[in-house]
Design a protein around this ligand. Structure first.
Ligand code: NAD
Length: 268
């Protein structure tokens, strides 16, 4: 779907790739950029900065809270009009503990924000998109949702859930023959600060600006699934072809993926 004259809602749009995608959407002629985030200071700064390019409206929304989502959506439609493009981008990571040391609160937070959040937001907005026969939902998952990785088991689980859900809804929409589309994005580590400290010996950490531009292009081209970098599309293929010990050897030892989280510090 094209961004020109569209109302674009980005969750977690007050920092990182969410903020960059918002800026690109406005540069492409979006009618209104709507940001739902929990960080009020970052939202105020973003609104000030991006208002120079186009119309920006910010709402304090916790994407894990169904009641807040409902109220915010009502205000959004009243103040900005219908949402044409939704980018489910808000996400959290809580640390690099092995699973035996993770607390119940961490498990609940990761699953609530990264897996349930996109579902609640999409379920609020999708019915109107279907009624209007117009809309595009882009779900930002992670390459961590395509293969197992130590010290991020629950984050990975939340993103596996997001991918499985996003793919299933995409097929539902396809079968309903609606023009409403879904794009699932699975990026490798991006240099936004969220995964500060990760060590990736073979695959370069992604540039936020280029990654955001690629996601926006994927939406414009109605891509179904987009792994970044492109080679990550083939993870499922290698999982199918290689016996588990060989897959673990190649991805874990040769590519060093299984130790990327060892020195994770994340955002302060
Ligand atoms: N940075 C990476 O290496 C990487 C890799 C793959 C996927 N991703 C995914 O990309 C997305 C964006 O990540 P980023 O790197 O830009 O991180 P970021 O921390 O800069 O941005 C995340 C945004 O989400 C907001 N947020 C957090 N909890 C929220 C909640 N409950 N409700 C509403 N907003 C909330 C934060 O305030 C922040 O503005 C996330 O979903 C993340 O999991 C990131």
């Amino acid at each position: 779907m094209k961004f020109k004259n569209s109302n674009v809602l980005i969750t977690g749009g007050a920092s990182g790739i969410g903020k960059i995608m918002g800026r690109i959407a406005l540069e492409k002629g979006a009618n209104c950029l709507i940001i739902w985030d929990i960080n009020e200071q970052n939202m105020a700064d973003t609104e000030k900065e991006l208002s120079a390019i186009g119309k920006v409206k910010c709402y304090r929304v916790d994407v894990g809270d169904v009641n807040v989502i409902h109220e915010a959506y009502t205000s959004t439609v009243k103040e900005c009009g219908d949402v044409d493009i939704l980018i489910n981008n808000a996400g959290v990571v809580t640390g690099n503990k092995s699973f035996d040391k993770i607390g119940t609160n961490e498990i609940e937070l990761l699953i609530r924000i990264n897996a349930i959040g996109p579902m609640l937001v999409a379920r609020e907005i999708l019915p109107d998109m279907l009624k209007r026969n117009r809309g595009h939902i882009c779900n930002i998952a992670s390459a961590g949702g395509m293969l197992g990785n130590p010290k991020m088991s629950v984050y990975g689980a939340s993103k596996w859930a997001a991918i499985g859900w996003s793919e299933s809804v995409r097929i539902e929409l396809q079968e309903q023959k609606t023009p409403v589309r879904i794009t699932t994005i699975a990026p490798y580590y991006i240099n936004t600060g969220m995964f500060n400290g990760v060590n990736s010996p073979i695959f370069p950490i992604l540039d936020p600006e280029k990654t955001s531009a690629k996601i926006i292009r994927a939406i414009e081209k109605n891509k179904v699934f987009y792994g970044i970098p492109f080679g990550f599309h083939f993870i499922r293929f290698w999982q199918f072809i290689l016996p588990f010990p060989l897959f673990d050897f190649v991805f874990g030892k040769v590519f060093g993926i299984y130790h990327t989280m060892d020195n994770f510090v994340g955002k302060k």
